[in-house]
Design a protein around this ligand. Structure first.
Ligand code: ZN
Length: 327
């Protein structure tokens, strides 16, 4: 199928599939420089323990609801946790938190069930694309490194305005690169010594408890509790946030030495951790960044939960406008 002409205004059904919830909305572009309109929000719980078949059925229902609400939808843009195959939009790999998710034909099922073009990408990749096109990155920049700090440490990077997806769809797994402070610590991925072990929200909780990320952690002492205690002046909490923030800053500095992006964007729940954490990022970054690159700004994401929805919609728009694929 050849790339088709794209007419405006254009409404796209956008869906963001996470481990906790499946969020959907319609995203409408008017073809101008005005930001897209995101509305008709729908949210259902993912309940991943039901298995991949049931999760995909819920995704199809969310898409159906959106298309029934806006019958003028031109297609479906979807993003998902796990690794999404850039060629066919299937799930190359879903981690242990999403049993039966690996191999699910995400894009093809949506296309077949709804009879509309569909495009799929990784959730952090979509987040980066949303912030790049309509968020904090700004129209004057064409590259960025987005780091998502939550339960794990996700990432994505954009070069010349487009997300680098990689052969398997896995480009941007910065959390699984070596970090000196993580030497000898087992990672959730099965290897050891990875940045995620000392920089994620789970790492903050684990280190606070004197444990590591693969240990059983006290759910009453997760990252948000550590942040709250630091805000009240608790020395141990402040020291842990400083350690993890500095470790993340060092990692970001070394990744920037590889990519040399125009900016870094921070997103995810841990970005609310407070000044002890945020100041330590700048300290660690300064310690590792090559001097000529030291002016790379580290920004806070601006779009929140709309970022992946807008990014997933932009991905569909890119596919329909520019790629001669059978989308
Ligand atoms: Zn790892």
């Amino acid at each position: 199928m050849q790339a088709s002409a794209f007419t405006y205004p254009a409404t796209i059904a956008a869906i963001d599939i996470g481990g906790t919830k499946i969020a959907g909305a319609t995203v409408t572009f008017d073809g101008s420089d005005a930001a897209p309109v995101v509305d008709n929000y729908v949210t259902v719980p993912t309940l991943p323990q039901r298995g991949g078949d049931a999760v995909l059925a819920s995704v199809v229902e969310v898409a159906r609801t959106l298309v029934e609400t806006r019958p003028d939808c031109v297609g479906i843009g979807v993003d998902a946790a796990g690794i999404v195959n850039p060629k066919d939009g299937s799930i190359t790999y879903g981690n242990g938190l999403m049993p039966g998710w690996t191999g699910q034909p995400l894009r093809q099922r949506l296309k077949d069930e709804l009879g509309l073009p569909a495009a799929a990408m990784g959730d952090v990749q979509a987040h980066a694309l949303g912030e790049m096109r309509w968020g904090v990155v700004g129209k004057e920049r064409q590259s960025c490194l987005l780091i998502a700090v939550g339960t794990g440490l996700g990432g994505a990077f954009i070069v010349d305005g487009h997300v680098v997806r990689g052969r398997h769809g896995a480009a941007g797994h910065f959390g699984h690169s070596l970090h000196a402070a993580a030497a000898g610590i087992m990672c959730q991925c099965g290897s050891q010594g990875h940045a995620e072990c000392v920089t994620s929200g789970t790492a903050i909780s684990a280190i606070y408890q004197g444990l590591t990320v693969t240990d059983r952690l006290d759910p009453a002492l997760m990252g948000d509790t550590v942040s709250a205690r630091a805000a009240k002046g608790e020395k141990h909490a402040i020291e842990v946030l400083h350690f993890c923030g500095r470790a993340l800053g060092e990692a970001i500095g070394s990744w920037c030495n590889i990519i040399d992006p125009e900016c870094v964007v921070l997103s995810g729940t841990v970005t609310k951790a407070g000044p002890a954490w945020r100041d330590a990022i700048d300290e660690g970054f300064a310690a590792q960044i090559l001097q000529p690159l030291s002016d790379i700004p580290i920004l806070q994401g601006a779009l929140g939960g709309d970022a992946p929805l807008i990014g997933a919609a932009e991905n569909l728009r890119d596919v329909m406008q520019t790629w001669a694929l059978d989308y």
